[in-house]
Design a protein around this ligand. Structure first.
Ligand SMILES: [Mg+2]
Length: 80
């Protein structure tokens, strides 16, 4: 775990990791708070092409987590 905490950057899936449907999963907010508090770089990935980074930000915001748009990377962006 200490080795993991020393990493500079994190890439995380969202669906099933951060939330499940419209429910925030345990530890998700603490994880994002920890990323911010420790100045980690991070990116949330999704293979859902239906939502834009803005919509993903809004979704997380509704669940109580504020993550700026530039921290999201979707399959639609990858296709472009
Ligand atoms: Mg998933």
């Amino acid at each position: 775990m200490d080795e993991l905490k020393e990493k500079l950057a994190f890439i995380s899936d969202m669906d099933g990791v951060i939330y499940h449907g419209n429910r925030l999963l345990p530890g998700a907010k603490e994880f994002v708070d920890w990323l911010n508090a420790n100045n980690k770089k991070y990116l949330f990935l999704t293979n859902s092409s239906e939502r834009t980074p803005r919509e993903l930000r809004e979704k997380l915001s509704r669940l109580g987590i504020d993550v700026p748009e530039e921290h999201f990377y979707t399959s639609a962006l990858a296709s472009v």
